[in-house]
Write a protein that binds this ligand. Structure first.
Ligand SMILES: [Zn+2]
Length: 220
């Protein structure tokens, strides 16, 4: 029988498979393109696991003082530490040199060893932001070549039908975490009150109640 391909509704539910219980991971790094990506795609997961130590790295926007200040306040709300890089983030999305992205990520991280690393999906989360894709490729390459090690790599699993609808969790994502109302509200408040995106903004609309990931293990 054909699986239902309709939009994800509130009814589906998912728990991480037992082997992927996040509470097994103490030292967690979130590596993203922009300040706000940590909250949009995995903010609820961070909030649900305050027992872990979260480090957030963004590859862009350090010299954007306003955004940097908001990022600091978002990190306080997430009970995380973080650091920003300053790679080009112009509206023309000029492709970045892959080595430069990898070197930037390694230079920003205080360690090359984590229990869990979380980053963008290879195709980004929507159509289209090149920086998301470049960040994902760089982290995956570092992970594959063991320049960055972790027991697991989680990549965001969202899609927007090639731009036809707002980003939503990929239906067959390996991990789909439903946020409680309280956690979702805290996530939403970071997007709207800390980052200052209006209720009608793209960001506010996509700050979802379900966070989705696919996972990878190091090669043995
Ligand atoms: Zn972004």
């Amino acid at each position: 029988m054909q699986a239902d391909k309709g939009p994800l509704q509130g009814k589906y539910m998912v728990e991480p498979k037992p082997r992927e219980q996040l509470c097994d991971y103490r030292d967690c790094a979130v590596i993203v393109a922009h300040p706000d990506d940590e909250t949009l795609w995995t903010g609820g997961t961070i909030l649900m696991h305050p027992e872990a130590q979260w480090t957030v790295v963004t590859i862009c926007r350090r010299s954007d003082e306003e955004r940097a200040e908001k990022f600091e306040r978002a990190l306080e709300q997430l009970n995380a530490t973080g650091v920003m890089g300053d790679l080009d983030d112009g509206p023309e999305q000029r492709p970045l040199d892959a080595d430069e992205v990898e070197e930037t990520i390694l230079s920003l991280l205080s360690s090359d060893k984590f229990d869990l690393i979380v980053t963008h999906g290879l195709w980004g989360e929507y159509t289209r932001h090149l920086r998301h894709e470049e960040t994902s490729r760089a982290v995956m390459s570092l992970f594959r070549h063991r320049k960055l090690s972790a027991r697991r790599l989680w990549v965001f699993a969202y899609e927007d039908g090639g731009g036809r609808y707002l980003p939503r969790p990929v239906r067959d994502a390996e991990i789909l975490l439903r946020l409680s109302d309280e956690v979702w509200q805290r996530k939403y408040d970071i997007i709207t009150k800390v980052y200052g995106f209006g209720a009608d903004s793209f960001e506010a609309k996509i700050a979802g109640r379900v966070e989705a990931f696919n996972t990878m293990k190091p090669r043995s």
